[in-house]
Each structure stands twice: as structure tokens, then as C-alpha cells.
Design a protein around this ligand. Structure first.
Ligand code: NAD
Length: 366
């Protein structure tokens, strides 16, 4: 068999397993399929435009409760998605979710600075928790979330939807397969022009700027390609002094991560540039890249081996739906989640080191 045919066969196999992985096809669920009940906490842009519509199309999940500070909005969403109006909660009576036996999982879709409190209270209510990314605004809070989950004997997952998505899985498999030789460098650029007046620019609610919001995806990507945690990091930030948006969080940040076995990552994130979301892993004999990488849909990817470029041909999935079905299956079958709280803690440690490096101008150990 010719070398080219071998590569094509290998790519075909990679395609199939990337889709299988992303589709969350894993442990077998009993014939009597159980749907896991989710309470959605926070009815903002992500919850209303992505999570609720995605949940309605999942196989193993259903929305059974809503938590919101806006009763009219909550009633409208309850009507739309068939949630019992008695299962609408607010931030004052949130803890009474413990008495709602239909609720298995609390899904936190609040500003970052509120994730820890509502996760810990969710565990005290005896529920599993799925927290949006970034998991928290400090390493200590992230660790406290993990500890609370362990104490309650419940599962904690961080909403890293890209890990459940076939284009990302394909990129990882090619980067790790040796198809592009040995990976030396990872590149990543993620950001968008952030509108003024939103919680993302408030340090207490956001924890930081574009690094915490979308830079976290490049960190995930780099760690997945390298299959390890960086040893140390360096970083620089810049905020336009006359731009009132950037009084509390950075406008732009450039950061590098050095991994123990020869991979370096060079990334940028910004709230000041136009929508960017691209990743590339560069190896000794080729490269693999995604662009768009973190959009909700429309992913595209390609790889180059000895100068021959191949586009990925993959069936897209709803990232949020696959992620929720994965978590539901982990609960039904009592298996490990793909993106556990400990992974969120790792990422918080890396981001804390990046901010420390930017502040001090020194290389900082993770
Ligand atoms: P958003 O501003 O649209 O919604 C936030 C919700 O929190 C609103 O319903 C708001 O009323 C509520 N809220 C409660 N207390 C609040 C307070 N004190 N201040 C401000 N809002 C308060 O934000 P979003 O874009 O839906 O983001 C929510 C979370 O989801 C964030 O953690 C964000 O990082 C994450 N997110 C993840 C993705 C992803 O692709 N995984 C995409 C977007 C957002």
C-alpha cells in the first residue's frame, strides 16, 4: 500500500472516531431512557439563545426549572419550553430547589463572579452542577467549588463545549497522531469588540477581561495539543488609556505558555479587535488549524502535511446539546465527565499565572 493511501485510511478512521467522540456516544444507557432534569440559572443571552433551544433537542436532558430575577421573562421561557410555572425560582428562593425532585442538575449561566456561590449552594441543595466557563474568578473559588462537589458526592462539570465538538476533536487527533510530525508551536487568537456597559468589563463580576472570557479557549486548546500543563508563562497587556471600557479589565493580552516536553504556545485575546477565533498547531512536517474555531457554528478546519492541504469534512453538531447529553449520560451511568471541575481549577491557575506575569513583567511558574 502506498504511503498516501495509508494516510487517507488513517484520516478516515480519525474522522469516524472524532465524530463518535463529539457525539458523546459512550456508555450504553438502559432501554428505559431516563431524561435528566436541568434547572437553568440566569436567563441571559447564552441561556435564552443557545442553551434552552439546544436542551429541547437533546436525547437525555430536559429543562424542568428556571431561576431568574425577571419573573415575566422566566414565565415566557417556561411557556415556550414547557416548564411547570411552579418551577420558576428567583435568587432569593434558589435554595428551595433542593425540594424539587425533578431537578437533577443545576446549570449556572450567570456572570463569572457568581458561579462559585451558586455552584456551592447548588451542591448544598443536593444537585449535580454544570457551571459555565470560566469556572470562577479565582483559584480559591474554583477549588472551593470542587471541594463542595466532593463533599456532596455530586458531579461538577465546566461548560467547555468545544471539547465535545468534532472539528476540535479532529484537530486534536491529527496533532497527536504524528501526522504533522512533532508539534512545536500552538497559536491561538480569540476576541471581539466588547460593547460598553456590560458585566464583562466589571472586574468583580468578570474576574478579568478577554483572557478569562475567550482566551480560556486558547489555553484549553494548547493544553489539549500538548497533553500536559504548562511549566511557566509570560504575558503583556495593553489597555487604551482613553477608552472608558477598559478601566477595570484589560483590553488586549498577549501570552505565551511553555510546556514541559517541547511545545510552546503564543496567543492573543482582545476586547478591542474584530471577532477573531483561530487555532493552529504547527509540527515538524505540517500544521493543523481551525478557523472559525470557537463560533457556535460554522467550524472549519484543515491540515497540511508536507505542503498538501486537506479540509476537514465533518458533520457539525450542536455544541451545547452534545455537552449536556454527555453530562446527563455521566450521571445516568455514573461515569467520569470529560471536563471536570479539576480541569477548571487547572485553567484558573494558568490564567492567574498569566495575569501575574503581565503585572510583574516576569516569567511565572504555573
Ligand atoms: P448575559 O449578560 O447575557 O447574561 C447574564 C445573566 O445573569 C442575565 O440573565 C442577568 O440578568 C443575570 N444576572 C444575575 N445577576 C446579575 C448581576 N449581578 N449582574 C449581571 N447579570 C446578572 O451573559 P451571558 O453571555 O449569557 O454569559 C453568562 C455566562 O455564560 C458567563 O459565565 C459567560 O462566560 C458564559 N458564556 C459561555 C459561552 C460559551 O460558549 N460556553 C458563551 C457565552 C457566555
Amino acid at each position: 500500500m502506498q504511503a498516501g493511501n495509508m494516510v487517507s485510511r488513517r484520516r478516515l478512521m480519525l474522522t469516524a472516531s472524532a465524530v463518535t467522540l463529539a457525539a458523546g456516544i459512550g456508555p450504553v444507557v438502559s432501554a428505559q431512557e431516563k431524561k435528566i432534569g436541568f434547572a437553568i440559572v440566569g436567563l441571559g443571552g447564552l441561556a435564552m439563545n443557545q442553551i434552552l433551544p439546544a436542551m429541547a433537542k437533546t436525547r437525555f436532558c430536559k429543562t424542568v426549572a428556571l431561576v431568574s430575577g425577571h419573573p415575566d421573562k422566566a414565565k415566557k421561557m417556561a411557556d415556550k419550553y414547557g416548564v411547570n410555572p411552579k418551577s420558576i425560582y428567583n435568587y432569593e428562593n434558589y435554595d428551595t430547589l433542593k425540594d424539587n425532585l425533578e431537578v437533577d442538575v443545576i446549570y449556572i449561566v450567570l456572570p463569572n463572579g457568581m458561579h462559585a456561590e451558586y455552584t456551592i449552594r447548588g451542591f448544598k441543595a443536593g444537585k449535580h452542577v454544570l457551571s459555565q466557563k470560566p469556572m470562577a474568578t479565582s483559584v480559591a473559588d474554583a477549588q472551593a467549588m470542587c471541594d463542595a462537589g466532593r463533599a456532596a458526592g455530586k458531579k461538577l462539570s465546566v461548560g467547555y463545549r468545544c471539547q465535545h465538538e468534532p472539528f476540535h476533536n479532529m484537530m486534536m487527533q491529527i496533532a497527536r497522531s504524528g501526522d504533522i510530525g512533532q508539534v512545536k508551536v500552538v497559536r491561538g487568537d480569540t476576541g471581539f469588540n466588547c460593547q460598553a456597559g456590560v458585566w464583562r468589563l466589571d472586574k468583580k463580576l468578570a474576574g478579568g477581561g478577554p483572557l478569562m472570557d475567550v482566551g480560556i479557549y486558547t489555553i484549553q486548546e494548547a493544553c489539549m495539543v500538548a497533553r500536559e500543563t504548562p511549566v511557566d508563562v509570560a504575558a503583556q497587556v495593553f489597555s487604551s488609556p482613553d477608552d472608558p471600557r477598559f478601566k477595570e479589565v484589560e483590553e488586549s493580552i498577549a501570552y505565551t505558555l511553555r510546556f514541559p516536553h517541547g511545545v510552546v504556545a503564543a496567543c492573543t485575546s482582545s476586547y478591542g479587535y474584530d471577532w477573531q477565533n483561530s487555532f493552529r498547531a504547527i509540527g515538524t512536517t505540517g500544521w493543523v488549524e481551525l478557523e472559525p474555531a470557537i463560533a457556535y457554528e460554522g467550524q472549519a478546519g484543515r491540515s497540511s502535511r508536507f505542503g498538501k492541504v486537506e479540509e476537514f469534512k465533518l458533520q457539525p453538531v450542536d455544541h451545547f446539546g452534545v455537552e449536556m447529553d454527555h453530562f446527563a449520560q455521566c450521571i445516568i451511568n455514573n461515569t467520569d465527565v470529560k471536563t471536570p471541575g479539576e480541569m477548571g481549577v487547572r485553567d484558573m491557575k494558568i490564567m492567574a499565572a498569566i495575569y501575574e506575569a503581565a503585572k510583574t513583567g516576569r516569567v511565572v511558574k504555573v
